[in-house]
Design a protein around this ligand. Structure first.
Ligand SMILES: Cc1cc2nc3c(=O)[nH]c(=O)nc-3n(C[C@H](O)[C@H](O)[C@H](O)COP(=O)(O)OP(=O)(O)OC[C@H]3O[C@@H](n4cnc5c(N)ncnc54)[C@H](O)[C@@H]3O)c2cc1C
Length: 464
């Protein structure tokens, strides 16, 4: 194919014009000072029904669902954008949305996925699996969908502590931001921090890692290269591999010239001449701020060295490329798993189990980045249920978890941690929070799960 025809056929000329560029509403950012009371020398904002902490995929769907159910909903996020690992973390692609036959992550997940695809017009319209993410586009999708649902977003605000009314009830979350320390009070809280900060600090039991030492999966700092030759990138030999000895990357690693480069190099074209990379493994204690800081510095060095290696082994694609961006969030695959009323296990995964209280389905493979585990895959059309009880932390009445930190064992976690699954658990948690306020005096363990499932189905979710 001729270069011009190739560019036309992939839709790249139209791409720049297609981006919507939604602006963040200034109103959405403002917190009314009048409604803040001074109490014990700390600002207290007690206007909320549902408070979601963490604005990644799970936090966004949780906030949208809670607001849509009519709750006064606050979404607190440490960064200045929504989307978590898919935006601030620069993960370059959605894990498959289909089980090989049909889309299985539906409801809000499907809506967000469809909106996200408008930012990558070079991808085929009917593609469901491993669709690239344009992070700038995706963060404006989340901005719009969360605020249009009626939830309020508070950026640059990090959960710093949790105040308990009693051992089993969260009273307030204490957040650090430009106002200093502020207490936010709601009726029900949702932990969507990925790391389970809120639940762990509220005293919920949790597990960490895949062995007795608490070793967690490898972390990566994602990055992007611009001015890549797209034509050569797509039409040349594959660069998307782990340990394929025939690839240029493998040769670069073997040469010994690039000590910071390893064989982990997943990459996607996210726009004209821009590829985004999920590359380079680092062993990091992911709840230690010192270790995370060191990993950010090392990750940026790795990005530069990956580019040097690529220029060396694949000059036709990379000779004019440069590192255009590195992620502002470290790519943490693994930290705390908050123990819920049920722990979803790898045996459940292998048996493709369905559950009476399931709130969605998942079919991703067991993908544990440890250097020790072998991947396990389902066949086409297979999936398992995700029980609601994985979202209800043991011993705490008014708290739910959503996303990466839900209740699983270490191996099953390798499957449930991906973004489509996090979107699904977020929507269920958001709805359940409101049902707990309406039905069971904020007790998330006592809601009518049949009604939750009915509402989720009405909103388009898929499960048995
Ligand atoms: C390197 C890497 C590659 C991956 N590749 C893929 C892939 O290809 N496809 C896929 O689908 N999934 C992939 N995943 C998995 C997926 O991205 C994450 O597991 C998923 O994003 C988790 O969603 P979440 O909403 O639970 O948390 P996150 O996406 O981690 O979002 C959590 C949010 O909470 C905020 N936060 C955290 N702590 C606090 C606090 N104390 N106070 C306030 N805010 C806080 C964070 O800033 C963040 O915005 C990958 C993960 C990593 C790390």
């Amino acid at each position: 194919m001729k270069r011009r025809k190739f560019i036309k056929s992939t839709g790249m000329m139209a791409m720049a014009a297609a981006f919507s560029g939604n602006a963040i509403s200034a109103e959405a950012m403002s917190v009314s000072k009048k409604q803040l009371k001074l109490k014990r020398s700390m600002l207290v904002d007690d206007r909320w029904d549902v408070i979601v902490v963490g604005g990644g995929p799970a936090g966004c769907t949780a906030a949208i669902a809670a607001a849509r159910e009519g709750a006064k909903t606050l979404l607190i996020e440490a960064m200045g954008q929504l989307g978590g690992m898919g935006t601030s973390g620069m993960v370059p692609a959605w894990s498959p949305f289909s089980d090989g036959e049909k889309m299985i992550y539906r409801g809000l997940a499907e809506k967000i996925f469809n909106e996200s695809k408008k930012g990558v017009v070079h991808e085929a319209a009917d593609k469901l699996d491993w669709v690239s993410i344009n992070p700038e586009h995706l963060m404006s999708v989340y901005d719009r969908m969360v605020t249009e649902a009626g939830a309020k977003v508070l950026f640059f605000s990090r959960l710093a502590a949790v105040e308990m009314a009693s051992d089993d009830t969260v009273d307030a979350v204490i957040v650090s931001n430009k106002s200093g320390l502020v207490a936010f009070k709601g009726k029900v809280y949702i932990d969507a921090t990925g790391d389970g900060d809120l639940a762990a600090w509220a005293g919920a039991p949790f597990k960490r890692g895949y062995d007795d030492q608490g070793s967690v999966q490898m972390s990566s700092l994602c990055f992007s290269f611009a001015n890549v030759d797209s034509y050569d990138y797509i039409n040349g030999p594959t660069l998307y591999v782990w340990k394929d000895e025939s690839t240029p990357l493998y040769q670069a690693v073997r040469s010994g010239k690039y000590p910071l480069v390893d064989t982990h190099f997943c990459n996607n074209l996210i726009g004209p001449d821009v590829i985004q990379c999920n590359a380079g493994h680092m062993r990091v204690d992911t709840t230690d701020p010192w270790a995370i800081s060191d990993a950010m510095i090392l990750g940026r060095q790795k990005a530069t060295q990956y580019l040097e290696a690529m220029k060396d082994v694949r000059p036709t694609t990379f000779s004019n490329a440069f590192v255009v961006r590195t992620a502002s969030l470290l790519g943490v695959r693994d930290s705390r798993r908050i123990e819920g009323d049920y722990i979803f296990t790898v045996e459940d995964w292998r048996e493709r189990r369905s559950f009476e209280d399931e709130i969605g389905r998942n079919c991703y493979y067991i993908d544990v980045h440890s250097g020790k585990h072998k991947p396990e895959h389902y066949k086409k059309g297979e999936s398992h249920g995700i029980p609601y009880r994985c979202l209800t932390p043991k011993g705490i009445k008014n708290l739910l978890t959503a996303g990466r930190c839900i209740s699983t064992d270490a191996e099953a976690f390798g499957s449930t941690r991906i973004m489509p699954c996090c979107l699904v658990t977020g929507e269920a948690a958001g709805m359940a929070a409101v049902h707990a306020i309406e039905q069971s005096k904020n007790d998330v363990h006592k809601i009518d799960v049949a009604y939750l499932r009915k509402r989720l189905k009405e909103e388009g979710q898929y499960f048995l």
